[in-house]
Design a protein around this ligand. Sequence first.
Ligand code: COA
Length: 259
Amino acid sequence: MSQLQVSIENGQILVISINRPDKMNALNIALIAELGEVLAKYDDDNAIRGVILTGVGTKAFAAGADIAEFAHFTADEGENLSHRGHVIFKVIEHYPKPIIAAVNGFALGGGCELAMVCHLRVATANAKFGQPEVNLGIIPGYGGTQRLVQLIGKGRALELLMTADMITAEQALSFGLVNHVVRDHADLLPKCTEIINKIAKKAPLAIAKIIDSVNAHFAHNRDGFAAEIQHFADCFLTEDFKEGTTAFIEKRSATFVGK
Ligand code: COA
C-alpha cells in the first residue's frame, strides 16, 4: 500500500505527503524508495514547475527513520540503509525543479535530513527540528552531518548533533535552517505555493541551472565557478534567453517555454 499521498495542484505543483501519521510519518525503506519513484516520474514533465514535500497531519513532517525497522540491523544492513537513502536524497538535491519541504511538525533525524536536502524549507510555528540519533547510539545516516553544517555552520551543527537538542521553528529561522515560518498549519501549503508560483514565472532551464550551480559549490569533485560559467553560456542557446531579453527590450512580461 502506498505510504505517500500524491496530488497535482493547479496543474503545475506536485504535492507529496508522507502518510504514516500514526507513526509520526517515520521513514521506512519502502517509503523512501517510493519517494524516489514518484520524483523520477515527474522530473522531465514540463507541466510540473515545483514540488512540495510535506507530512500528513499537524504533528510530524517525519520523526526520523523507522526505528522499529532498523533496530535489529547488522552493520552491513545499516550501511545498505544509509547508502540507499543517500542515493534517493541525491535525486532530491539534484532535482531540476524546486522542491520545498513544508515542515508541518516534528522534523527529527531522517525527517530533518529530508527537510534539509530539499531546496527550500517552510515551517509551521509548532515545528521542531533535531538530530536525536545519538540518543539511540547512532549518528545521522541520510546526510545530516554534512547538510546541517552547510545550512547552519559547524559550531551550531556540532552542538545539535552531539546534544540531540530540538530547536523550535523560530530558532531554525534564526539559524537559517528554514526560509520562512508560518503561524498556522492552514498557511503552510499556500506559502509554499506562493513561492513555487513565483519561480514558475521564470525560465525553467535557468532554474535547473541555478540548482545545479549551487549544488556544485558543495560537490568536492566539481568547481562551482566553472559550473556557473558553463551553465551561463548554455543559457544563451535557449529560446527562453531570447524571449527574456526581447521581452525586457519590448517592455512586456516574458513567457517562458522551458526550451
Ligand atoms: N520510528 C518509528 N516509530 C516512530 C518514530 C520513529 N522514528 N517516531 C515515532 N514513532 C511512533 C511511536 O513509536 C508511536 O508508535 P505507537 O503508537 O505504535 O507506540 C507513534 O509513532 C507516536 O509516537 P509517540 O512517541 O507516542 O508520540 P509523542 O508525541 O509522545 O512523541 C516524538 C513524539 C517525535 C518526540 C517521539 O515519537 C520521538 O522521539 N520519536 C523518535 C525520534 C527519533 O529518535 N528520531 C530519529 C530516528 S533515527
